[in-house]
Design a protein around this ligand. Structure first.
Ligand SMILES: NC(=O)C1=CN([C@@H]2O[C@H](COP(=O)(O)OP(=O)(O)OC[C@H]3O[C@@H](n4cnc5c(N)ncnc54)[C@H](OP(=O)(O)O)[C@@H]3O)[C@@H](O)[C@H]2O)C=CC1
Ligand SMILES: CC(=O)N[C@@H](CCC(=O)OP(=O)(O)O)C(=O)O
Length: 307
């Protein structure tokens, strides 16, 4: 029999996509509560204590409750919520950035936020290598498909098909900022401006770089080469060599666990745009959780992923 995996919140947007990626895999036996018991603390406690792994696909309060309910068990937890992203004792579930061994051996893994995945993938290796300053006030502009807001935002977009663009987090306090700052080792919190577009899934995360004004900044070509070396051989993260005239996000895109990174520079190398494209429900959520589960359970890292 395979490892028992409890998906807490299996009826939600992230939970359903994780179940899709795990179904048919002989290495795992899925524990999923039925509709009548899926919110019962007693049933969830029993499942957490019976499982080898639990993936929490819940809002923050319910995720914290699940961690409390798991006390005294041996279950190893992957939390997709924001609740433990910068919490002591939790490993940040971004194996390419924190190291595969760190994730593989962890008992408490916090799945990265979707926007944070793009931001950290672009910036953390470059700041770490000293090619971009840690004490710069970075900005980050991003758009997400509406599934990023879970069932509530999906229902809102179904009811109102006239929304062409929805800016939010207008008070600049988005919940992903602390993990972005922590994982990139930044002295200052980035100024983050997310928005939602009328597409079910898909995400673009961009960091504009005024290189001419930045102390000790490398050229766009050096930045691209450094990212290519850092992610060399990764089946998930692809640093693109091409510098296209346009980048398109298709409203019809299907599930994908890939992450594509671009370094776009002007002719004299004094300005650059770092751009990440991903599926908020893929490498931004469910694909990342399955990748960490694979590592923690000793399976091939990309088994079940859509690449
Ligand atoms: N959607 C995305 O792109 C991403 C989501 N995440 C994170 O993943 C987590 C889940 O998000 P998402 O799937 O979008 O949200 P959804 O709202 O789609 O799903 C949440 C699920 O949790 C259920 N639920 C609520 N309260 C409880 C409870 N006390 N016990 C058990 N189940 C409960 C809900 O049931 P009901 O609807 O019946 O109340 C729902 O099925 C969140 O923390 C989110 O921030 C992370 C990255 C990306
Ligand atoms: C479009 C949209 O609303 N997106 C969500 C983030 C989705 C995500 O990454 O969720 P967690 O960080 O909670 O895991 C938001 O901005 O709050």
């Amino acid at each position: 029999m395979g490892s028992r995996v409890f998906i807490d919140g299996a009826a939600g947007t992230t939970g359903l996509e994780i179940a899709d990626r795990l179904k048919g895999r002989a290495e795992f036996e899925l524990l999923i509560l039925d509709d009548a018991s899926r919110k019962s603390s007693g049933a969830r406690r029993d499942a957490l204590h019976a499982a080898d792994f639990a993936i929490l696909c819940l809002h923050d309060d319910a995720a914290r409750e699940a961690v409390d309910l798991a006390q005294g068990s041996t279950v190893r937890i992957i939390d997709a919520s924001t609740a433990h992203r910068v919490a002591p004792g939790w490993t940040y579930g971004f194996p390419e950035v924190v190291g595969r061994d760190a994730v593989a051996s962890a008992d408490r893994v916090s799945n990265p936020g979707c926007y944070s995945t793009g931001f950290i993938a672009l910036l953390a290796p470059l700041v770490r290598a000293g090619l971009l300053p840690a004490d710069w006030p970075y900005t980050c502009n991003a758009v997400s498909g509406f599934s990023g807001g879970g069932k509530a935002l999906i229902e809102r977009y179904a009811a109102d098909t006239d929304i062409a663009w929805r800016g939010y987090a207008l008070a600049l306090g988005h919940k992903h900022v602390p993990e972005m700052q922590a994982q990139c080792g930044l002295a200052l919190p980035p100024l983050f401006t997310p928005a939602v577009i009328p597409a079910h899934r898909g995400m673009v995360v961009e960091i504009p770089l005024p290189l001419m004004a930045m102390p000790a900044a490398a050229s766009p070509a050096e930045l691209r080469a450094a990212l290519q070396a850092f992610y060399s051989g990764s089946p998930v993260v692809h640093v693109r060599e091409d510098t296209p005239d346009e980048l398109l996000l298709r409203a019809s895109m299907g599930p994908s666990d890939r992450l594509d990174l671009f370094v776009l520079g002007n002719a004299d190398g004094t300005q650059a745009r770092l751009v990440a494209m991903l599926d908020n429900l893929g490498k931004g959520a469910s694909g990342a959780a399955v990748q960490s589960l694979n590592l923690m359970s000793g399976c091939a890292e990309t088994a079940g992923l859509v690449l």
